[in-house]
Ligand binder design. Structure first.
Ligand code: TRP
Length: 318
């Protein structure tokens, strides 16, 4: 397995830049250390977090049809593979249909890739798994080196929704530039629906999502010697039904200063100042068509769950 690790300088400048900008933020990839990855697995099992179940249902009900569109020989590259729980369903369909393919999971969380690799090799004997750890953007450059089989890129779980509309368009264009005509992209995207259902998925009763969010601060303490006090921050998600964005933040409930021992920075918070931690975009048909058009793809087919909560949309590079 290959790893591309961010340097200490990159991490320091990313984190400090975020926390000293006029609207404070922490880049969302920092969610996924070991604790964060485990908490996210717990989120996927929550009654309120419908996204993972909807996508699994699509793969169960339409997977056979979906993988038949991939052709016979290809490489699967999955960005943000996580624990691969949904991908396993498609792998089963592909093995059943005797497809000739390798599986290349990519994730920022090293543990996730290690665990997924050993789990899939055990679960699917004969499957070729070759994982990569690192930032998606750095990984894209590796795509060219993969050989000349058709590439089928997976970007599931509405991961694209964690980029702003502008950044997701840049990202899709970037991906398009690395692919050749006829390569495929399978996106999992969460759709607009009743605002209450959406908001609850990011504000569960048990408080797992709250812990997931606050783990960002614990991680800053553990790894960079910061002294965040989690009890002085409030987990505050909200859904903007006008632009379809869930915005998660941690709000400082008082004036306070946080010190980063490792780097010697002091970060000052005014009372009620927020740290923006993540957006989760919800889409509709028009937005999806727009993204495909603007990034050089054609939509081959859409697959929905029975509630129409979620879509897996298969795109081909023009
Ligand atoms: N990709 C997930 C999503 O947008 C990540 C996520 C789930 C998340 N719950 C969260 C991010 C709460 C921040 C806060 O659905």
């Amino acid at each position: 397995m290959e790893k591309i690790v961010d340097t200490h300088e990159e991490i320091e400048s990313e984190v400090i830049q975020g926390l000293t900008s006029p609207q404070k933020y922490i880049p969302s990839k920092y969610f996924y250390d070991r604790t964060g990855s485990l908490l996210f697995q717990q989120i996927m099992g929550l009654p309120e977090y419908y996204l993972s179940r909807a996508e699994a249902e699509i793969f169960q009900n339409h997977g056979e049809n979906l993988v038949s569109l991939f052709g016979n020989a290809f490489d699967i590259v999955e960005l943000g593979a996580g624990d691969g729980s949904k991908t396993g369903i498609l792998i089963e369909w592909m093995l059943k249909a005797n497809k000739d393919f390798n599986y290349i999971p990519v994730d920022i969380a090293n543990d996730a890739v290690d665990q997924l690799t050993s789990q899939f090799m055990e679960q699917f004997p004969g499957l070729k798994v070759d994982g990569l750890t690192g930032d998606y953007f750095k990984m894209l450059d590796k795509l060219n080196a993969l050989g000349n089989k058709r590439k089928v890129l997976f970007f599931l779980g509405s991961n694209l929704g964690n980029f702003s509309m502008k950044n997701s368009l840049d990202f899709l264009q970037n991906i398009n530039a690395k692919l050749v005509k006829g390569d495929l992209l399978l996106l999992g995207l969460d759709l607009k629906k009743h605002p209450d259902i959406i908001l609850k998925a990011y504000d569960d009763r048990e408080g797992v999502t709250k812990n997931f969010n606050l783990n960002l601060l614990d991680r800053m303490n553990r790894e960079f010697g910061a002294d965040f006090k989690r009890q002085y921050f409030i987990h505050y998600p909200f859904y903007n039904s006008v632009n379809g964005t869930v915005c998660s933040s941690l709000v400082s409930d008082r004036q306070q200063t946080v010190n980063f021992k490792l780097w010697g920075n002091s970060i000052h918070f005014q009372a009620w100042e927020a740290i923006h931690t993540e957006i989760s975009q919800k889409y509709d048909k028009h937005a999806i068509q727009y993204l495909a058009d603007k990034s050089g793809f054609r939509i081959l087919q859409d697959f929905h769950d029975s509630n129409q909560y979620f879509v897996n949309t298969l795109w081909i590079k023009k």
